[in-house]
Design a protein around this ligand. Structure first.
Ligand code: NI
Length: 167
């Protein structure tokens, strides 16, 4: 397994719309495993392929307390959404920035697992937020885009400054 570099906002590659996975093969399973390792090493609860500059519709997440429950969604599709919840979000592509975002409280999602088998999952609360956040990445959307333009500009300035300082 290998750790993959994570793109940081405002990198324009975070806005590329990912293409469906056409076949769940050994290459895809390796990507899943590398993404899971990268997510754990970065102490994140979710990661979309977009964030490691692979523009395929694939996300991994683990919202369990002991980080022992990896969930893989290949070509995820929302079948339904209802209710609303506001929750503080962060993102491995927007380090050090946290803010509240309103999303559906309850969703039903269908996807393929790591073996390519289809499944349907009902999710609510943190898991529902996390799935929606990661699915946004596949459409080229980062959570800060839900915030005011003023906040987005501040975040861009801050992250650009930090990127310069770490060069
Ligand atoms: Ni994210």
């Amino acid at each position: 397994m290998a750790l993959l570099p994570i793109l940081h906002y405002p990198d324009p590659r975070l806005h590329i719309r990912a293409a469906p996975v056409t076949e769940v093969n050994a290459e895809i399973r390796k990507l899943v495993d590398d993404m899971a390792e990268t997510m754990r090493a970065a102490v994140g609860i979710g990661l979309a392929a977009t964030q490691v500059n692979v523009h395929k519709r694939l996300i991994v997440l683990d919202v369990s307390e002991d980080q022992q429950n990896l969930q893989v969604f290949i070509n995820p599709k929302l079948l339904s959404r209802d209710g609303s919840q506001e929750r503080e979000e962060g993102c491995l592509s927007v380090p050090g920035i946290y803010d509240r975002v309103t999303r559906a409280e309850h969703i039903v999602v269908e996807a393929l697992d790591r073996e390519g088998n289809p499944f349907t999952l009902e999710a609510e609360g943190l898991l529902a937020t996390c799935i929606q956040h990661e699915m946004d990445h596949l459409d080229g959307k980062v959570f800060v885009e839900y915030l005011s333009q003023l906040k987005q500009n501040r975040i861009k300035t801050k992250l650009r400054k930090r990127a310069r300082e770490t060069l």
